[in-house]
Every structure is written in structure tokens, then in C-alpha cells.
Design a protein around this ligand. Structure first.
Ligand code: NZQ
Ligand code: ZN
Length: 392
């Protein structure tokens, strides 16, 4: 196991009706003027925004609102949010929504306290040293942004989708009410489940030896998702399955399963170009990307793929031909995602084969990259081209 530090100070409030406590927690964490940041229609339609507003009113905390965050959030609204916070003297950003809303809120919170262009944080020119405090009321189990130090934003000029990370933007508190996720369309639930499993796989694919404790934690969470995923697709109102998925989604990405080990993230990088160009759901893009990446890199450490195949997917170990077991595990995962309702190829995702050179160019050269991406294995432009072709 490698040396590591682990700091995850988010205060979690979990369970039914907990969104009504938002005002109380904003106050506890020092907010006196709030920006409520939200997405399209869902939080309005369900009455959630009204409940959160009422809870701020009850706590005597004034607020302004900025909605309109789109999935795969854009830089344009971040600039707008930064201006609004400065103009209104906002000192706390409350995200009400999914990963896109939370990531946009984090970007605004960091941008308000920075003299330069907030994009500097995403292009790697600057590190986020301070930010306004952020709180969240989560409405979809997926990105894990409610417990992570990360934020992913797409810059309209060039459609660069890039991430940044800093403990300064980790949410101070996150309110997780699984019942809020019961209104999700099945496709979004499935995309969220896929993303959670991707966060687990990206950590499982490591070059660090002897990391059994985190291997076992990841396997336990993958087994949970394997069990609970189909249950929420079959019965969207199953609160207990929603609850298990929601907490698994947080644990999959606050890095408790990723400490002391190298991680992959090639699938995420390859996928981010797809959701940037085609505006598909991030999880749906991952469903198409992961099986191709896994098959391509499998021989780098075939026993690792065989291990997850046996321990999670119930495959029989073929000791003479571990590559057969490894491949069976990847296939079982691919079929699982299809059964959830996820796409399995470019056409189903809305991607086009003729765009592959463009995807590879932005992936390997865009915004400061130098011709390859690296994770579990280093992937050259040629490798990335072959992987995208495998998805067609
Ligand atoms: O905008 P509204 O109307 O709210 O609709 C949203 C949106 O269309 C809808 N939705 C959310 N909660 C709902 C609901 N509909 C009905 N009922 C509810 N309770 O779902 C759609 C997707 O929302 P979004 O926030 O985009 O989903 P998700 O949480 O999957 O976030 C995806 C974004 O997070 C980034 C992704 O790249 C993508 O941009 N990621 C962020 C990470 C992080 N910050 O740590 C890590 C991830 O790997 C990921 O890259
Ligand atoms: Zn993800």
C-alpha cells in the first residue's frame, strides 16, 4: 500500500425529509446570504426548491436563486453565478440537484474568491486555494460530487470537458434523502448506477500491490450495486434499494476506497469527450466506454480482471486460462449494463464513427495535454483511436 493522507470532512445528513433541515445546516456552517443553485425542471416540479426555500426562511437566511444548470454543466452559467454572488454579497452556495448542479456550484464558489478566470482551475493553470462554503441537497445518486473534492465543467469554446479537485470545494454538508431520487426517469437511474460502478472500477484498476482492504471494499460496493441496481429499475419507489445505492454512490467517490493505491480514470477521460461532444449522460457514455477500455487493457494485469470476475460476477476461475475468466467478467458487466437499459455502442449513444479523429485530438492534445492519457496503462493516440473504434 502507498502512503496517503485522507481528509473527508463533509457532514452528511441522510434520510427521509432531511431537505427540510437545509436552513439549519447553512446557519451551522456559517452562511448568512445564500445562492441556491439548481438545474432544469425536476427540483421545481417536485416542490423541492420550495421546501428548501422555506427551510432557509425559517432559519432567517436570505437567498437568491440561479437555475438552469444543464447536464454536463457549462462555463457560461458559472460566470453568471460568480457575478451574481459578488453583486449580492453571497457567502454560501447551496446546490440543489445532481452532480452537474453541484459541480457548477463548486466552480462558482471557487471563482468568486479568485481574481483571474475560474477556468484556470480546470486547465491546470491554478489550484483552488479557497472558495465560498458549499452545501448540497442531492437528487440523483451518480457522480459522487456530494462527497468529493472534484468538479467537472465544459467550456463552450472548444467544448473542453475538464475536471479539477481541491479540498476547498468539498461540500461542508450534504443532505441525502433517497426518496428524492424516486422521481428519476429509469434511464437517469441506470446512468447513475453505471457511473457509481465506474468510480469503483477506476479505483480497482491499480498498479499498487497488496491493497486488499480497499479491493474488498470496492468489491462489496460493486456487489451491492449489482444487487440493488435492477431492483430500482424494476421498482423506482423502492426506498431501501434507493438508500443503499445513494450511500454506495457517496462511498464510491469520496475516495475512502481509493486511498493508498494508484487509480485508473482512463475510462472517464475517454468518456468525457463523448459527453462533451454529444451531450449524452455521463453514465451512458461510460457504459459504452468501459467494456472497450477493459478489453483493450486487460492483459496488462489479467489476474486483477479475473479476480473481480470471480468475486463480483460469480465467474469460475480458469487457472490455465485466466484471460478467459477475465473476459467473462467484462462480458458479465457489459450485459448487466445493457439489462439496466444502458447503450452498448456508438449508434445507441448517438456518437458517430467519423468523429473519432476529433475525439482523439481533444482527448490527447486538448487544453494542455501532450499526446497521451495515463492511468492503469498509458494510452497513446493510436490506442485511444482503437478503443473508440471498438465502441462502434
Ligand atoms: O436539470 P433537472 O431538471 O434537475 O434534471 C436532471 C438532469 O436532466 C435530472 N434529475 C436529477 N435529479 C432528478 C432528476 N430528474 C428527476 N428527478 C430527480 N430527482 O437528471 C439529469 C442528470 O442530472 P446530472 O446532475 O447531470 O446527473 P449526474 O449526477 O450524473 O451528474 C453528471 C455530471 O457530473 C460529472 C459528469 O461528468 C457530469 O457532468 N461528474 C462529476 C464528478 C465529481 N464532481 O466528482 C465525478 C463524476 O465522475 C462525473 O464526471
Ligand atoms: Zn463518473
Amino acid at each position: 500500500m502507498d502512503n496517503f493522507t485522507f481528509y473527508s470532512p463533509t457532514f452528511f445528513v441522510f434520510g427521509k425529509d432531511t431537505e427540510n433541515e437545509a436552513g439549519q445546516y447553512v446557519k451551522q456552517f456559517g452562511g448568512s446570504k445564500v445562492l441556491i443553485h439548481y438545474g432544469g425542471q425536476s427540483a421545481k416540479k417536485s416542490g423541492l426548491l420550495d421546501r428548501v426555500g422555506a427551510s432557509l426562511d425559517a432559519a432567517g437566511i436570505p437567498y437568491v436563486s440561479l437555475g438552469g444548470v444543464k447536464p454536463n454543466p457549462r462555463s457560461g452559467l458559472v460566470y453568471e453565478g460568480i457575478d451574481l454572488c459578488r453583486k449580492e454579497g453571497v457567502d454560501f452556495v447551496l446546490a440543489v440537484g445532481g452532480g452537474s448542479v453541484i459541480d457548477s456550484a463548486k466552480a462558482i464558489a471557487a471563482g468568486v474568491q479568485y481574481d483571474g478566470d475560474f477556468w484556470d482551475f480546470y486547465s491546470g493553470k491554478a489550484h483552488i486555494a479557497r472558495a465560498l462554503p458549499v452545501g448540497t441537497v442531492l437528487t440523483i445518486a451518480a457522480a459522487g460530487s456530494e462527497g468529493s473534492p472534484d468538479s467537472v465543467i465544459t467550456k463552450e469554446e472548444g467544448m473542453f470537458k475538464r475536471g479539477t479537485g481541491s479540498n476547498a470545494i468539498r461540500p461542508r454538508f450534504s443532505i441525502l434523502n433517497p426518496a428524492l431520487t424516486q422521481t428519476l426517469p429509469a434511464y437517469q437511474s441506470a446512468a447513475g448506477i453505471t457511473d457509481i460502478m465506474a468510480h469503483l472500477y477506476e479505483r480497482y484498476l491499480t498498479n499498487t500491490k497488496e491493497v486488499e482492504v480497499t479491493d474488498r471494499m470496492i468489491e462489496a460496493l460493486l456487489l451491492t450495486m449489482k444487487h440493488e441496481g435492477p431492483r430500482v429499475i424494476a421498482d423506482p419507489n423502492n426506498y431501501d434499494a434507493r438508500a443503499n445505492i445513494m450511500w454506495a454512490g457517496m462511498m464510491a467517490h469520496n475516495n475512502s476506497c481509493g486511498v493508498g493505491r494508484s487509480q485508473d480514470w482512463n475510462s472517464h477521460n475517454i468518456e468525457h469527450e463523448l459527453s462533451a461532444l454529444y451531450d449524452c449522460a455521463h453514465g451512458a457514455g461510460l457504459a459504452v466506454t468501459m467494456p472497450a477500455v477493459f478489453k483493450y487493457v486487460m492483459n496488462h494485469d489479467v489476474m486483477r480482471f479475473a479476480k473481480v470476475a470471480v468475486r463480483v460476477w460469480g465467474c469460475q476461475m480458469d487457472f490455465d486460462h485466466p484471460e478467459v475468466t477475465a473476459l467473462e467478467g467484462i462480458e458479465a458487466f457489459r450485459r448487466f449494463l445493457i439489462d439496466l437499459g444502458m447503450p452498448s455502442n456508438f449508434a445507441e449513444l448517438g456518437a458517430k464513427e467519423e468523429d473519432i479523429p476529433k475525439l482523439v485530438e481533444v482527448l490527447c492534445h486538448g487544453d494542455g495535454r501532450t499526446g497521451s492519457i495515463s492511468g492503469f496503462v498509458e494510452l497513446s493516440e493510436e490506442d485511444c483511436t482503437k478503443i473508440y473504434q471498438m465502441m462502434v
